[in-house]
Design a protein around this ligand. Sequence first.
Ligand code: AVI
Length: 308
Amino acid sequence: MAAFLTGAPRDPERERFRADALHGLRQAQKTLPCKYFYDAEGSKLFDQICTLPEYYVTRTEFAILERHAAEFPLADTVIEFGCGYGAKTPLLFDAFCRTRRTLTFVPVDISKRALEETARHLPHTYPGITIRAIRAEFDRACALIPREPSLVLFLGSNVGNLDHAESVRFLSALRGHQVLVSFDMQKDHGLLHAAYNDAQGVTAEFNLNLLARINRELGGNFDLAQWKHLSFYNAAAGRIEMHLVSQGAQAVRVLDETHLFEAGERIHTENSYKFSEEQIGAIAAESGFRVEKRWTDEQDWFSVVLLS
Ligand code: AVI
């Protein structure tokens, strides 16, 4: 808290990070929200994850989008939650722009850099595009997106990082639009385990970066050598869980608080839900949508679903 007594202007993002991190570390089961993985360093590591041989998610989704882009509905306005660096964009916009001269694109992301790059590059390739970027967390952004019926993209299996109630709340706020959302499907547990425990250790580095980020931004003194990445499939909950495990009894300072950890104690950092077709139908119905169409790959590992 000392950092806020200097008279320096408050940075709302840092304050939210501080409040959420300290709240999570004060719980009996310590947690840190996975949305804080994505600072500049974490985003770079995530880009690497997307190219790992074990992480089938990105390439399977790409193949589905590439094969079926021409079948997706057209709209005057396309809103994309979590646009990232727009890697999927050409696949979709080539199809969207083939039959229309103008299109309004509303990219939504918390990363300023991702939005700036999208706004800089897209109009060169697609001159008829107007960009209205929104920099906000997804929940907040729902109140800021255009009201006219649009096509909303929620891809990258991002829905998997929400629990059931959160996905229903998020999708309910999009009623009135058509939503193209991607779901990672339940599959062989060995494949899932490998995807989140890659041989090169990039996922471990991505997980540990959360502690490094606390050190960088919140004056923490986590000793990264004292923490290990743990990831496993929780079959009862139908999700991959990621944790950080304390390698010994230790005290860690974050701002002016000290947090005590026992040997083997875990910080729960992420859930990544895997879905069945029935679960997708249930989430759609509870959010006030129906599943208009589901596109999948040959092995049914991944689904891109149109909700209307
Ligand atoms: C962004 N999200 C869908 C990824 C996932 O698979 O849950 C994040 C990730 N965590 C570890 N590897 C990738």
